[in-house]
Design a protein around this ligand. Structure first.
Ligand code: SF4
Ligand code: SF4
Length: 267
């Protein structure tokens, strides 16, 4: 998510459906080029972090340490935003005179501008998509002649894979089980942070702890998550479904269960 100034586009406040058109373009020839990469708040999703740390060729730990701030959201769960530079303009650490240094892997919110998804519970349920247009006062992109449908713009900006990945995370964050709850247990907060944002550490948790002895797992999936970060991300979200939401996404091995029962004096 990216916080910009108030909408001021000359295209008015319109709700757009996927096949509706809007006028906008962004390119290096514009006087405003990269001005929007300063003094902004960019909240990062787990998939954003996965892509960005791999683009930079660094671990999730290093990425989180060097490039992010962590804060606790209203529901008590940690959230992550991109750390802007200490310069006067609060520049994004990835901006250069030629544009974004990680353009192919830039965060979702940088891709989707000037569109903004308008999602409500009923649109989520019906699977229908609606968007509004937002802009920043100095953005000259709306004066360009290019016209696209919402669908075309999303495809051009590489949004579909982000839309495919987001539901795994939303299944946790929007779960009715967490509604009106505030998580205060630091161990749960840390587990959530690791599973969502610190994937390389989560991988070590799976392989270096007693995890695989405790739970029944699919050997093929376990082989896959050794190397494949997307598979690991899906596995991590499944782990949160089990650990945070209490769903049966994992099953404790019968022998582990039997030992636990025995220790508790249960038959
Ligand atoms: S056109 Fe808008 S989005 Fe593109 S560089 Fe200029 S301010 Fe940023
Ligand atoms: S990540 Fe790239 S596109 Fe996004 S604000 Fe930074 S430089 Fe701009």
């Amino acid at each position: 998510m990216r916080n910009h100034a108030k909408p001021s586009t000359g295209q008015g406040l319109r709700v757009l459906k996927p096949d509706d058109e809007f006028q906008f373009d962004c390119h290096k020839g514009l006087n405003c080029f990269t001005q929007c990469c300063r003094n902004i708040n960019i909240f990062l999703t787990p998939y954003d972090i996965l892509r960005m740390k791999n683009a930079l060729g660094i671990s999730s730990e290093q990425f989180l340490k060097e490039y992010t701030h962590t804060f606790i959201a209203e529901n008590g769960l940690p959230a992550v935003s991109l750390k802007m530079a200490d310069d006067e303009a609060r520049s994004c650490p990835f901006v250069s005179p030629d544009g974004c240094r990680i353009y192919e892997d830039r965060p979702w919110s940088c891709r989707i501008y000037p569109l903004q998804p308008e999602s409500t519970q009923s649109t989520e349920k019906s699977g229908k998509e609606f968007y509004s247009i937002m802009d920043i006062p100095f953005c000259l992109g709306f004066q360009e002649n290019k016209t696209s449908t919402v669908r075309q713009w999303l495809a051009e900006q590489g949004i579909p894979i982000y839309m495919e990945m987001e539901p795994y995370f939303k299944k946790i964050t929007l779960n009715p089980f967490l509604k009106d709850k505030v998580i205060e247990n630091p161990k749960i907060q840390q587990m959530y942070y690791m599973a969502c944002y610190d994937l390389d550490r989560f991988r070590r948790f799976v392989f270096d702890s007693s995890f695989l002895n405790q739970f029944e797992t699919d050997p093929e999936e376990i082989e896959q998550i050794k190397e494949d970060d997307v598979a690991l991300y899906k596995f991590a979200m499944k782990w949160l479904e089990y650990g945070l939401i209490g769903q049966r996404a994992f099953k404790v091995r019968p022998e582990v269960m039997a030992t636990k029962k025995q220790a508790l004096g249960l038959k």
